[in-house]
Design a protein around this ligand. Structure first.
Ligand code: 2AM
Ligand code: CA
Length: 270
């Protein structure tokens, strides 16, 4: 793996140390737009820390992040290097001192994800991947499950932002339920993708995510032999947030899965 990726890993570990130090302190919780959407002073602090730290590592890179006001992909982002950062993915967990909450750093090259680093500070798990170089957990190569649905646990999103998305997700969960070993929900999209990449879970779907919620994990999952698409099975555009369906190698090969696209079409988009 490129030295650049190892430097990003180090930056993610340092961000994680800031997050670990937060417990027992005043978090400075504020409401953002919409339902169950919070930001704390640590989200902002870690975003600022990473922006400066990563700028030193790769001065020519542009930045897109959840907490820095630069959250729209522009035409200039489609060329060269672009960091797509979520300082804390799983902020609601973080607020409740619940694992997982992770720092995630995606690095795009010419508009496509090229490397991803996800660090879970509570469990000291570092996931990373570089396009064409495989995926790793704490330096050990990982691969997604080659087993089918009946031998896997599935993960579901929380869809805290929308009751109508929650209702459709519940229906899709029901459709998968009888064929898998049941569902879990972690509250962090990036961590979910790493759980599939490392063979612990078989799949995950969520109807609305920010680009920073899957920018890093998508490379990690694909490098671990898994697949990530929209609900209709199409490749992601990586130009904005979207709904995602993420599957391990074994489940991606199943031709009789519930039709996620049909469920997507039931959602009013609100
Ligand atoms: P966050 O913790 O960075 O906000 C939970 O299933 C996942 O959904 C988390 O990764 C969470 O990211 C994300 N999420 C929470 N609220 C969201 C919203 N309003 N829009 C998109 N994604 C959201
Ligand atoms: Ca976040």
């Amino acid at each position: 793996m490129d030295r650049l990726v190892h430097e990003i890993e180090q930056a993610a570990r340092e961000a994680g140390a800031i997050i670990r130090s937060a417990h027992g302190t005043e978090l400075g919780i504020e409401n953002k737009e919409g339902r169950a959407n919070f930001v704390t002073k640590y989200d902002t602090m870690v975003q600022e820390f990473l922006t400066e730290r990563l700028r030193n590592i790769l001065p020519e890179a542009r930045f897109l992040g959840e907490e820095n006001g630069m959250d729209l992909f522009t035409s200039e982002d489609a060329e060269g290097y672009l960091f797509v950062i979520d300082p804390i993915d799983g902020t609601t967990n973080f607020i409740h001192n619940l694992h997982p909450h992770v720092t995630s750093i995606g690095l795009f090259k010419d508009g496509q994800p090229w490397a991803g680093v996800v660090y879970a500070p509570v469990t000291d798990q570092l996931f990373s991947a570089q396009r064409g170089e495989g995926a790793y957990e704490n330096g050990v190569r990982i691969h997604s499950s080659r087993q089918g649905l009946s031998d896997n646990i599935m993960l579901t999103g929380t869809s805290g932002f929308s009751m109508s998305a929650f209702a459709v997700s519940q229906k899709l969960t029901y459709a998968f339920q009888e064929r898998c070993q049941g569902f879990r929900s972690t509250g962090s999209a990036e961590y979910n993708l790493c759980m599939i990449a490392s063979g612990r879970a078989g799949g995950y779907f969520e109807m609305k995510l920010g680009l920073w919620d899957f920018a890093a994990g998508s490379v990690i999952l694909e490098e671990a032999g898994g697949r990530i698409t929209d609900y209709h099975g199409r490749p992601l555009t990586y130009r904005e947030g979207s709904g995602i369906v993420a599957l391990c190698e074994g489940i991606a090969a199943d031709e009789n899965l519930p039709d996620t696209g049909a469920y997507w079409d039931m959602w009013d988009g609100k």
